[in-house]
Design a protein around this ligand. Structure first.
Ligand code: FUB
Length: 319
Protein backbone atom coordinates (compact mmCIF):
# COMPACT_ATOMS: atom_id res chain seq x y z
CA UNK A 1 0.00 0.00 0.00
CA UNK A 2 2.82 2.40 0.98
CA UNK A 3 4.45 1.67 -2.39
CA UNK A 4 1.24 2.52 -4.26
CA UNK A 5 0.90 5.86 -2.44
CA UNK A 6 4.56 6.64 -3.19
CA UNK A 7 4.15 5.81 -6.89
CA UNK A 8 0.95 7.89 -7.02
CA UNK A 9 2.68 10.94 -5.48
CA UNK A 10 5.70 10.58 -7.77
CA UNK A 11 3.30 10.31 -10.73
CA UNK A 12 1.52 13.54 -9.75
CA UNK A 13 4.84 15.39 -9.31
CA UNK A 14 6.13 14.16 -12.67
CA UNK A 15 2.87 14.97 -14.45
CA UNK A 16 2.74 18.53 -13.13
CA UNK A 17 6.43 19.07 -13.81
CA UNK A 18 6.23 17.92 -17.42
CA UNK A 19 2.87 19.33 -18.52
CA UNK A 20 3.88 20.89 -21.77
CA UNK A 21 3.42 24.62 -21.96
CA UNK A 22 1.51 26.42 -24.65
CA UNK A 23 4.56 27.78 -26.49
CA UNK A 24 5.24 27.23 -29.26
CA UNK A 25 1.59 27.54 -30.24
CA UNK A 26 1.99 25.53 -33.46
CA UNK A 27 3.64 22.20 -32.72
CA UNK A 28 3.00 19.89 -35.68
CA UNK A 29 5.03 21.88 -38.21
CA UNK A 30 7.77 24.48 -38.15
CA UNK A 31 6.45 28.04 -38.53
CA UNK A 32 7.99 31.53 -38.65
CA UNK A 33 7.34 35.22 -39.23
CA UNK A 34 3.94 35.52 -37.48
CA UNK A 35 1.48 38.14 -38.72
CA UNK A 36 -1.74 38.18 -36.68
CA UNK A 37 -4.99 39.79 -37.87
CA UNK A 38 -8.10 40.39 -35.76
CA UNK A 39 -11.34 39.99 -37.70
CA UNK A 40 -14.89 39.39 -36.48
CA UNK A 41 -14.01 38.05 -33.03
CA UNK A 42 -11.16 35.82 -34.15
CA UNK A 43 -7.42 36.05 -34.52
CA UNK A 44 -6.14 34.89 -37.90
CA UNK A 45 -2.48 34.03 -37.75
CA UNK A 46 -0.51 34.09 -41.01
CA UNK A 47 2.86 32.34 -40.81
CA UNK A 48 5.75 31.21 -42.97
CA UNK A 49 6.39 27.48 -43.19
CA UNK A 50 9.89 26.12 -42.52
CA UNK A 51 10.45 22.74 -44.18
CA UNK A 52 14.27 22.58 -44.17
CA UNK A 53 15.93 19.33 -43.09
CA UNK A 54 17.76 19.19 -39.75
CA UNK A 55 21.19 19.70 -41.34
CA UNK A 56 20.04 22.40 -43.81
CA UNK A 57 22.08 25.61 -44.09
CA UNK A 58 19.34 27.78 -45.55
CA UNK A 59 15.57 28.33 -45.59
CA UNK A 60 13.14 25.98 -47.32
CA UNK A 61 9.81 27.81 -47.32
CA UNK A 62 7.32 26.61 -49.95
CA UNK A 63 4.09 28.22 -48.72
CA UNK A 64 2.29 30.24 -46.06
CA UNK A 65 -0.05 28.71 -43.49
CA UNK A 66 -3.08 30.19 -41.73
CA UNK A 67 -4.40 29.40 -38.25
CA UNK A 68 -7.30 30.94 -36.35
CA UNK A 69 -8.37 31.13 -32.73
CA UNK A 70 -11.23 32.62 -30.71
CA UNK A 71 -9.47 32.28 -27.37
CA UNK A 72 -5.72 32.55 -28.11
CA UNK A 73 -5.15 28.99 -26.89
CA UNK A 74 -6.98 26.68 -29.30
CA UNK A 75 -5.71 27.16 -32.83
CA UNK A 76 -7.48 25.75 -35.88
CA UNK A 77 -5.34 25.02 -38.91
CA UNK A 78 -6.57 26.22 -42.28
CA UNK A 79 -3.58 24.69 -44.03
CA UNK A 80 -1.44 26.33 -46.68
CA UNK A 81 -3.56 29.18 -48.08
CA UNK A 82 -0.93 30.59 -50.45
CA UNK A 83 2.13 29.04 -52.10
CA UNK A 84 5.10 30.18 -54.18
CA UNK A 85 3.31 28.69 -57.21
CA UNK A 86 0.44 31.19 -56.85
CA UNK A 87 2.79 33.90 -58.15
CA UNK A 88 3.78 33.17 -61.75
CA UNK A 89 6.66 35.67 -61.53
CA UNK A 90 8.11 34.18 -58.35
CA UNK A 91 10.93 31.72 -57.98
CA UNK A 92 11.23 30.33 -54.47
CA UNK A 93 11.43 31.13 -50.74
CA UNK A 94 8.13 32.18 -49.19
CA UNK A 95 9.57 34.81 -46.85
CA UNK A 96 7.68 36.93 -44.35
CA UNK A 97 4.19 38.19 -45.17
CA UNK A 98 1.37 40.30 -43.72
CA UNK A 99 -2.38 40.10 -44.37
CA UNK A 100 -4.73 43.03 -43.78
CA UNK A 101 -8.46 43.57 -44.33
CA UNK A 102 -9.98 46.50 -46.19
CA UNK A 103 -13.63 46.87 -47.20
CA UNK A 104 -14.28 43.15 -46.80
CA UNK A 105 -11.30 42.08 -48.92
CA UNK A 106 -8.12 40.53 -47.57
CA UNK A 107 -4.80 41.70 -48.98
CA UNK A 108 -1.90 39.39 -48.22
CA UNK A 109 1.48 41.00 -48.91
CA UNK A 110 4.27 38.46 -49.31
CA UNK A 111 8.02 38.57 -49.95
CA UNK A 112 9.63 36.07 -52.27
CA UNK A 113 12.58 35.71 -54.65
CA UNK A 114 11.69 37.06 -58.08
CA UNK A 115 12.14 34.70 -61.04
CA UNK A 116 13.73 37.38 -63.22
CA UNK A 117 16.47 37.94 -60.70
CA UNK A 118 17.52 34.44 -59.80
CA UNK A 119 20.56 34.35 -62.09
CA UNK A 120 23.38 36.58 -60.94
CA UNK A 121 21.61 39.27 -58.91
CA UNK A 122 18.98 37.44 -56.92
CA UNK A 123 16.40 39.76 -55.55
CA UNK A 124 13.55 39.53 -53.11
CA UNK A 125 10.34 41.18 -54.28
CA UNK A 126 6.99 41.94 -52.65
CA UNK A 127 3.72 40.74 -54.14
CA UNK A 128 0.10 40.92 -53.03
CA UNK A 129 -2.67 38.32 -53.12
CA UNK A 130 -6.35 39.06 -52.57
CA UNK A 131 -9.35 37.13 -51.29
CA UNK A 132 -12.91 37.64 -50.05
CA UNK A 133 -12.17 35.54 -46.97
CA UNK A 134 -9.29 35.58 -44.45
CA UNK A 135 -8.59 31.93 -45.23
CA UNK A 136 -8.82 32.25 -49.00
CA UNK A 137 -8.88 31.20 -51.73
CA UNK A 138 -6.27 33.83 -52.58
CA UNK A 139 -5.02 34.85 -56.00
CA UNK A 140 -2.22 37.12 -57.16
CA UNK A 141 -3.94 40.53 -57.21
CA UNK A 142 -1.89 42.12 -60.00
CA UNK A 143 0.01 39.31 -61.73
CA UNK A 144 3.37 40.94 -61.05
CA UNK A 145 5.46 42.14 -58.13
CA UNK A 146 4.42 45.32 -56.35
CA UNK A 147 8.00 46.06 -55.21
CA UNK A 148 11.08 44.76 -57.03
CA UNK A 149 14.71 44.83 -55.98
CA UNK A 150 15.63 47.58 -58.48
CA UNK A 151 13.07 50.01 -56.98
CA UNK A 152 15.26 50.62 -53.93
CA UNK A 153 18.98 51.14 -54.36
CA UNK A 154 20.22 52.31 -50.96
CA UNK A 155 21.12 48.76 -49.92
CA UNK A 156 23.31 46.77 -52.28
CA UNK A 157 22.30 43.30 -51.17
CA UNK A 158 19.56 41.44 -53.04
CA UNK A 159 17.29 40.66 -50.09
CA UNK A 160 16.69 44.20 -48.84
CA UNK A 161 13.09 44.28 -50.10
CA UNK A 162 11.48 41.73 -47.83
CA UNK A 163 9.16 41.57 -44.82
CA UNK A 164 6.14 43.69 -45.82
CA UNK A 165 3.96 45.26 -43.11
CA UNK A 166 0.88 47.29 -43.99
CA UNK A 167 -0.80 49.91 -41.85
CA UNK A 168 -4.03 51.84 -42.55
CA UNK A 169 -4.26 55.15 -40.69
CA UNK A 170 -7.47 56.63 -39.25
CA UNK A 171 -7.89 58.84 -42.34
CA UNK A 172 -7.90 55.75 -44.59
CA UNK A 173 -4.40 56.23 -46.01
CA UNK A 174 -2.58 52.91 -46.30
CA UNK A 175 1.18 52.54 -45.96
CA UNK A 176 3.49 49.68 -46.87
CA UNK A 177 6.64 49.30 -44.75
CA UNK A 178 9.34 46.71 -45.45
CA UNK A 179 13.08 46.19 -45.64
CA UNK A 180 16.31 44.55 -44.62
CA UNK A 181 19.28 46.75 -43.71
CA UNK A 182 17.13 49.85 -44.08
CA UNK A 183 13.43 50.42 -43.53
CA UNK A 184 11.43 51.58 -46.55
CA UNK A 185 7.88 52.88 -46.83
CA UNK A 186 5.45 54.02 -49.49
CA UNK A 187 1.81 55.10 -49.60
CA UNK A 188 -0.67 52.68 -51.16
CA UNK A 189 -3.72 53.71 -53.17
CA UNK A 190 -7.14 52.86 -51.74
CA UNK A 191 -7.24 49.78 -53.99
CA UNK A 192 -4.29 48.47 -51.91
CA UNK A 193 -2.48 47.12 -54.96
CA UNK A 194 -0.84 50.26 -56.41
CA UNK A 195 1.83 52.55 -55.01
CA UNK A 196 0.75 56.14 -54.39
CA UNK A 197 3.95 58.16 -54.33
CA UNK A 198 7.68 57.84 -53.88
CA UNK A 199 9.48 55.24 -51.77
CA UNK A 200 11.21 56.62 -48.66
CA UNK A 201 14.11 54.97 -46.88
CA UNK A 202 15.40 55.44 -43.34
CA UNK A 203 17.49 53.60 -40.78
CA UNK A 204 15.97 53.11 -37.34
CA UNK A 205 18.65 52.40 -34.73
CA UNK A 206 19.97 48.80 -35.01
CA UNK A 207 17.38 48.00 -37.72
CA UNK A 208 17.77 44.63 -39.44
CA UNK A 209 14.34 43.64 -40.83
CA UNK A 210 10.75 42.63 -39.97
CA UNK A 211 8.97 45.96 -39.35
CA UNK A 212 5.55 45.92 -37.65
CA UNK A 213 3.64 49.22 -37.57
CA UNK A 214 0.59 50.27 -35.53
CA UNK A 215 -0.95 53.21 -33.72
CA UNK A 216 -1.98 53.45 -30.07
CA UNK A 217 -3.40 56.49 -28.29
CA UNK A 218 -2.28 58.75 -31.14
CA UNK A 219 1.31 57.43 -31.09
CA UNK A 220 2.79 55.43 -34.00
CA UNK A 221 4.88 52.38 -33.11
CA UNK A 222 7.50 50.79 -35.37
CA UNK A 223 8.66 47.47 -33.92
CA UNK A 224 11.39 45.53 -35.75
CA UNK A 225 14.10 42.90 -35.68
CA UNK A 226 17.41 44.52 -34.71
CA UNK A 227 21.06 43.41 -34.86
CA UNK A 228 22.05 39.83 -35.70
CA UNK A 229 21.41 37.43 -34.03
CA UNK A 230 18.19 39.35 -33.76
CA UNK A 231 16.54 41.09 -30.85
CA UNK A 232 13.32 43.10 -31.14
CA UNK A 233 13.53 46.86 -30.63
CA UNK A 234 11.21 49.76 -31.40
CA UNK A 235 10.69 53.42 -32.19
CA UNK A 236 7.73 55.74 -31.78
CA UNK A 237 6.65 58.83 -33.70
CA UNK A 238 3.95 61.49 -33.73
CA UNK A 239 3.51 61.02 -37.48
CA UNK A 240 3.57 57.83 -39.52
CA UNK A 241 6.07 59.60 -41.76
CA UNK A 242 8.44 60.12 -38.82
CA UNK A 243 10.76 61.29 -37.46
CA UNK A 244 11.02 58.11 -35.40
CA UNK A 245 12.47 58.15 -31.88
CA UNK A 246 14.33 55.04 -30.76
CA UNK A 247 12.76 53.58 -27.59
CA UNK A 248 14.90 50.50 -26.92
CA UNK A 249 14.77 46.74 -26.70
CA UNK A 250 11.58 44.80 -26.00
CA UNK A 251 12.62 41.21 -26.76
CA UNK A 252 15.93 39.47 -26.14
CA UNK A 253 17.20 36.90 -28.61
CA UNK A 254 14.77 34.04 -28.95
CA UNK A 255 15.77 30.54 -27.92
CA UNK A 256 17.74 28.59 -30.55
CA UNK A 257 17.04 30.93 -33.50
CA UNK A 258 19.20 33.70 -34.97
CA UNK A 259 16.10 35.43 -36.33
CA UNK A 260 12.91 36.46 -34.63
CA UNK A 261 9.97 38.46 -35.91
CA UNK A 262 7.29 40.57 -34.14
CA UNK A 263 3.52 40.70 -34.64
CA UNK A 264 1.32 42.67 -32.23
CA UNK A 265 -2.49 42.81 -31.83
CA UNK A 266 -5.15 43.90 -29.37
CA UNK A 267 -7.77 41.19 -28.88
CA UNK A 268 -10.64 41.03 -26.38
CA UNK A 269 -9.14 43.71 -24.15
CA UNK A 270 -5.55 42.42 -24.05
CA UNK A 271 -2.42 43.01 -26.11
CA UNK A 272 -0.59 40.01 -27.57
CA UNK A 273 2.94 39.71 -28.89
CA UNK A 274 3.82 37.00 -31.44
CA UNK A 275 7.40 36.01 -32.32
CA UNK A 276 9.32 32.93 -33.35
CA UNK A 277 12.05 30.85 -31.75
CA UNK A 278 13.66 27.45 -32.43
CA UNK A 279 12.23 25.61 -29.45
CA UNK A 280 10.56 22.55 -30.98
CA UNK A 281 12.64 19.35 -30.84
CA UNK A 282 15.09 19.39 -33.81
CA UNK A 283 14.31 23.10 -34.21
CA UNK A 284 16.82 25.77 -35.15
CA UNK A 285 17.54 28.65 -37.52
CA UNK A 286 15.65 27.07 -40.41
CA UNK A 287 13.13 25.10 -38.33
CA UNK A 288 11.43 27.79 -36.28
CA UNK A 289 8.27 27.95 -34.19
CA UNK A 290 5.74 30.69 -33.53
CA UNK A 291 5.07 31.66 -29.91
CA UNK A 292 2.85 34.21 -28.17
CA UNK A 293 3.15 36.26 -24.98
CA UNK A 294 1.24 39.08 -23.29
CA UNK A 295 2.49 42.58 -24.03
CA UNK A 296 2.17 45.35 -21.45
CA UNK A 297 2.58 49.11 -21.74
CA UNK A 298 3.86 51.49 -19.11
CA UNK A 299 1.63 54.47 -18.25
CA UNK A 300 3.75 56.66 -20.56
CA UNK A 301 3.10 54.36 -23.54
CA UNK A 302 6.50 52.70 -23.59
CA UNK A 303 6.51 48.91 -24.03
CA UNK A 304 7.58 46.65 -21.17
CA UNK A 305 10.17 44.02 -22.00
CA UNK A 306 8.62 40.78 -23.25
CA UNK A 307 9.10 37.76 -21.01
CA UNK A 308 9.57 34.66 -23.19
CA UNK A 309 7.77 31.76 -21.50
CA UNK A 310 6.89 28.12 -22.05
CA UNK A 311 3.39 28.79 -20.73
CA UNK A 312 2.45 31.45 -23.29
CA UNK A 313 -0.92 33.05 -22.63
CA UNK A 314 -4.15 31.98 -20.94
CA UNK A 315 -7.44 31.51 -22.76
CA UNK A 316 -9.17 34.85 -23.16
CA UNK A 317 -12.89 35.14 -22.43
CA UNK A 318 -15.47 36.95 -24.51
CA UNK A 319 -15.69 40.69 -23.78
O1 FUB B 1 11.65 33.71 -42.80
C1 FUB B 1 12.64 34.25 -43.62
C2 FUB B 1 13.22 35.50 -43.03
O2 FUB B 1 13.73 35.25 -41.73
C3 FUB B 1 12.23 36.62 -42.82
O3 FUB B 1 11.91 37.27 -44.00
C4 FUB B 1 12.93 37.43 -41.80
O4 FUB B 1 12.13 38.36 -41.12
C5 FUB B 1 13.48 36.37 -40.88
O5 FUB B 1 12.55 35.98 -39.92
Amino acid sequence: MKNKVFIFIVGIVLATTFISGQNPIIKGVFTADPAPLVYKGKVYLYVGHDTATVDAKTYQMPDWLVYSSSDMVNWESHGPCLTVKDFAWASYAANAAHCIERNGKFYWYISIIHRANTDSKGGVAIGVAVSDSPTGPYKDAIGKALITNDMTTDMKHAWDDLDPAVFIDDDGQAYLFWGNGSCKWVKLKENMVELDGPIYTFKPQNFTEAPWVYKRNGVYYLVYAANFPETIEYCTAKSIEGPWTYRGLIQDRSYNSSTTHPGIIDFKGKTYYFYHDGSLPTGGDYRRSVCVESLYYNPDGTIQKIVQTKEGVKAVNEK
